[in-house]
Write a protein that binds this ligand. Structure first.
Ligand SMILES: *[C@@H]1O[C@H](CO)[C@@H](O)[C@H](O)[C@H]1NC(C)=O
Ligand SMILES: *[C@@H]1O[C@H](CO)[C@@H](O)[C@H](O)[C@H]1NC(C)=O
Ligand SMILES: *[C@@H]1O[C@H](CO)[C@@H](O)[C@H](O)[C@H]1NC(C)=O
Ligand SMILES: [Zn+2]
Length: 349
């Protein structure tokens, strides 16, 4: 994402709109194509069934497999792409590779490959989770990009593994789950409209042309996750009801003592030290892979750590920065969110 926009975001952090922390269970909201949705809290039975699910061993294994230099066109890039695709194919997901080529600054003509994985390839609608799997090219040093975005990609693979059984009913449902691993998010020379988010721009255009874009309920983009003490914000009024579910799930998991080492200054986390902040930054956003979809009216949740991790775009964004407890906590909240979304939205017309 762009540095300039990030500075603006930080500036606006000081003058955000705080929306009242209300109980939004049962909130109605208008989605794409004026469809009416209703958020609905997971039943206690399902909450208790899904909350303990996790596999930290698998998460670390996935990070290890992705955390190599993976600049577009490099051997590491091909390796990571093959790993992501085969990991999901092994779980019986439908995996499509969206290939295209473009000439970029410095490196010239490159072949890009977005990875699109669908739990049910024939679904009418999708909840989409996304991250980017390319790493940024730096001339002076080898960049690993743990938070940017090896960890977010590993979190998606881990989610598919951990929720394998819970997701079974959504293999042949009208509403299903899709993952997108975008290629070419990073700029090669300097962030700008023509040098950044290559994969996202290509895919949004292609899906606008063939109508697929109308089948995306919402795009949840994960970025810059993996360091300690992340905080997230909502950016878009039309997804506030869903963002509020993340806040409520963090609270619910905290109350149930289901978050690992969920303490700050010796006590269980309270605001402002929680992960999902109850603020909307209406007048600011960070440029990222969601932009081409946002421009085409796809509802967006942009789950990016703000302020950015201190190691952002430095050689220190490596394995040593990863806080697995925090990452696992975020992953746990997201897993419940996915289940809540799929269960409560499957009948929405
Ligand atoms: C957790 O993941 C590891 C590594 O992928 C796997 O060997 C193990 O069977 C998994 N554990 C459970 C309980 O699924
Ligand atoms: C981006 O590319 C378009 C089309 O080639 C061009 O018209 C535009 O000026 C470029 N924008 C920038 C900022 O380079
Ligand atoms: C990883 O980052 C740490 C600091 O976060 C740094 O001390 C170390 O040199 C880095 N390792 C590599 C291999 O660059
Ligand atoms: Zn980056």
């Amino acid at each position: 994402m762009s540095l300039l926009k990030a500075y603006f975001a930080l500036l606006f952090l000081l003058c955000v709109n705080v929306f009242a922390k209300k109980d939004v269970n049962g909130d109605f909201y208008v989605g794409r194509n004026q469809m009416i949705y209703r958020t609905e809290e997971l039943s206690q039975e399902k909450f208790l069934a899904y909350s303990p699910l996790s596999n930290g061993t698998h998460l670390r294994e996935a990070v290890k497999n992705i955390l190599v230099p993976r600049v577009v066109g490099s051997a590491g890039h091909t390796m990571v792409r093959d790993y992501i695709a085969s990991d999901l194919r092994d779980l019986n997901w439908n995996v499509e590779i969206d290939k295209f080529h473009e000439t970029v600054p410095i490196l010239g003509k490159l072949h890009f490959h977005n990875i699109i994985a669908r739990l049910n390839p024939d679904a009418e609608r999708y909840l989409v989770l996304a991250c980017h799997y390319d790493s940024k090219y730096f001339e002076e040093f080898e960049f690993l990009g743990a938070t940017d975005s090896a960890v977010p990609c590993a979190m998606l693979l881990n989610m598919a593994h951990v929720l394998q059984e819970a997701l079974e009913p959504f293999r042949n449902s009208k509403l299903s789950l899709m993952f997108i691993f975008f290629d070419g998010e990073e700029a090669f020379k300097e962030w700008g409209p023509n040098d950044s988010i290559y994969g996202a721009r290509h895919l949004a255009k292609r899906w606008e042309d063939d109508g697929t874009i109308n089948r995306l309920d919402m795009l949840v983009l994960l970025d810059l996750i993996g360091a300690a003490d992340p905080t997230f914000y909502n950016f878009f009024p039309n997804t506030e009801a869903w963002y509020s579910r993340l806040i409520s799930l963090e609270e619910r998991l905290s109350n149930a003592d289901m978050l690992d080492h969920y303490i700050s200054n010796g006590i269980s986390r309270q605001y402002p030290n929680r992960y999902f902040q109850p603020n909307t930054m209406r007048s600011s956003f960070v440029e990222d892979d969601h932009i081409p979809f946002l421009k085409r009216n796809v509802p967006i949740l942009h789950l990016i750590t703000l302020p950015f991790p201190s190691v952002w775009h430095t050689k220190d964004d490596n394995e040593s920065i990863i806080d697995y407890l925090a990452t696992e906590n975020i992953a746990r909240i997201l897993r419940l969110f996915i289940m809540e979304y799929l269960l409560s939205s499957q009948h929405s017309e």
